[in-house]
Design a protein around this ligand. Structure first.
Ligand code: PEP
Ligand code: MG
Length: 545
């Protein structure tokens, strides 16, 4: 019942899943407060006030950073670097000198930057807007004297337009909770943090009605929110939640075990990572190696690219973590939804069909050669496999091999310790899948995210066509079968490293298509192994007669 004593009707809202998991609880609505600060009308004092607010904001962000690890530390580090850079505040100080109050000058200057990010061509870039908004609001809070510890009761469901990473990090999530955003993006920093901490999160819910203040049920994986649920809905939700908890429990118990089907076939389960920090507190025993390192995340958003030594150290640490297990490092896959300032091509009419992945690397040999040398130097420290993204024609892979060979010989001639790694390709362009036998590749890894979008002509980041972009499409399964069969005949390893491999419902189809190796997000390893133990090739054969 609402405060007027009326029974509220059950309401269902649908958004985009950003982090899976179930939650139920009371709602905490974050509203953007407007505080009126009285200006001193003295430009010198206003400038001093802004300087002090920036330095206080730096202190408060550093305090959060001191207790943060991995991805959280990286986000806060990024905010510190941005805020320490005078270029960010320059326009605000100029506006103050021309008579504007400090808070207005700061807000307007930051809003200009935010607008640029927000109107970026792709979702990845737009998702970074939240970091700049976070910086803007933290400084404004200090300027307005309204910087207080953000307090949210345990297990609350936060409802907001968007959520800043620093706000996320100041909440104690250990007793549950969830995040519901009317805007937001599944690729934002806060979404990555939510997934890492297993906090259910749904974005793009649109207007979340004010009546949404009683009990709310959240199913993060489905992107479903139920407001004021009826008793039967609640009972059904609790049943699904406890079934999920049981699965999670069984999955955790299997994490460090080998993945074997019910009828005894061993399946390799590897992990996908974006950087060394993803390996923090992760036991190598849970996987058969690293099946995909998305090195573009090492390159950040530019414009300063990591030098050879920085890359070498990162690759070496990954290899040392894995020991005797293979580590598959993918060369730069910038472009598409992953632009890098100063490197990728601006203004392409369709970046997913443009200069992306190996196409960009082969145009920017100055950058590519640095990565190749770092990989060659890291190779003696473990079992390195190098994988090239977006290969479409054999010449691209041959060219990359020649570049590796040339750099290897040059390093050796200088007496530098280096090894030639195994060199393979991703199969994510349908043309490469159909012509797979034409490629001189040491191994193949299927990028189902892109293979699906290119096969079904349904963009992977366009919600309106999400139902078309389905791995279950017979055409996609046929392509996977073709590649798996080629691997079997030629003796080359074939794996799959797209998101499909982490979906327990799709695993039977992938195994039936001939795959015996999957690479998935570390948090999904247990669930994937559980799905494998439930599968039997024998039963499938019997079913098909
Ligand atoms: C893929 O396309 O499936 C893949 C693993 O690569 P990314 O998601 O990084 O494009
Ligand atoms: Mg891809």
């Amino acid at each position: 019942m609402n405060p007027m004593g009326m029974i509220m009707a059950e309401l269902r809202l649908a958004g985009r899943p950003a982090s899976p998991g179930f939650a139920s609880g009371p709602v905490v609505r974050l509203v953007e407060k407007k505080v009126h600060r009285v200006s001193s009308n003295d430009p010198a004092r206003e400038a001093d006030d802004l300087k002090k607010a920036i330095s206080d904001a730096l202190l408060s962000i550093s305090a959060l950073a001191d207790h943060a690890e991995g991805e959280a530390a990286e986000i806060l580090g990024f905010q510190l670097v941005m805020l320490e850079d005078d270029a960010l505040s320059e326009a605000a100080f100029q506006a103050i000198a021309s008579g504007l109050p400090a808070d207005q000058a700061w807000r307007e200057a930051l809003d200009v930057e935010i607008e640029i990010y927000c109107n970026g061509d792709d979702e990845y870039f737009r998702a970074r807007t939240a970091d700049l908004e976070d910086i803007r609001d933290t400084v404004l809070d200090h300027l307005n004297g309204s910087h207080a510890q953000f307090s949210v009761p345990p297990s609350a469901i936060i409802v907001a337009r968007d959520l800043a990473p620093s706000r996320f990090l100041s909440v104690d999530w250990s007793r549950g909770g969830a995040i519901l955003l009317s805007e937001g993006s599944p690729t934002s920093h806060v979404a990555m943090l939510a997934r890492a901490r297993r906090v259910p999160m749904i974005v793009g819910l649109g207007e979340i009605p004010d009546s949404a203040s009683s009990l709310i049920l959240v199913d993060g994986a489905l992107g479903q929110v139920i407001v004021s649920p009826q008793d039967e809905t609640r009972a059904e939700f609790l049943k699904r939640q406890s079934a999920d908890e049981e699965i999670a429990f069984k999955a955790t118990a299997l994490e460090a075990e080998d993945a074997v089907t019910k009828d005894g076939t061993r399946i390799s389960v590897l992990i996908n990572i974006a950087g060394v920090e993803d390996l923090d507190r992760l036991d190598p025993k849970i996987c058969d190696g690293i099946g995909l390192v998305r090195t573009e995340f090492l390159f950040g958003e530019g414009p300063v690219l990591p030098d050879e030594d920085t890359q070498y150290q990162a690759y070496r640490q990954m290899l040392e973590w894995a020991g005797a297990r293979p580590v598959t490092i993918r060369t730069l896959d910038a472009g598409g939804d992953k632009p890098i300032k100063g490197l990728t091509v601006d203004g392409e009419s369709n970046p997913f069909l443009g200069i992306r992945g190996v196409r960009l690397s082969l145009q920017r040999l100055d950058v590519f050669r640095v990565q190749i040398r770092a990989l060659l130097r890291a190779a003696p420290h473990g079992k390195l496999k190098v994988m090239v993204p977006m290969i479409t024609v054999p010449f691209e892979l041959d060219h990359v091999r020649a570049l590796f060979q040339g750099e290897y010989e040059a390093l050796k001639a200088r007496g530098v310790n280096a090894d030639m790694p195994v060199l393979g390709m991703m199969v994510e362009v349908p043309a490469a899948a159909l012509a797979v036998s034409h490629f001189k590749s040491d191994f193949f890894s299927i990028g189902s995210n892109d293979l699906v979008q290119y096969t079904t002509a349904a963009g992977r980041d366009i919600g309106a066509v999400a139902s078309l972009a389905d791995v279950r499409h017979p055409a996609v399964l046929k392509l996977i079968e073709l590649v798996a069969a080629h691997g079997e005949h030629s003796g080359c390893d074939v794996s799959l490293c797209g998101d499909a491999g982490g979906d327990p419902d799709l695993i039977p189809l992938l195994l039936e298509a001939g795959l015996r190796s999957l690479s998935v997000a570390p948090s999904l390893v247990g669930r994937v192994k559980l799905a494998i133990t439930h599968f039997s090739f024998e039963e499938v054969r019997t079913r098909h007669g």
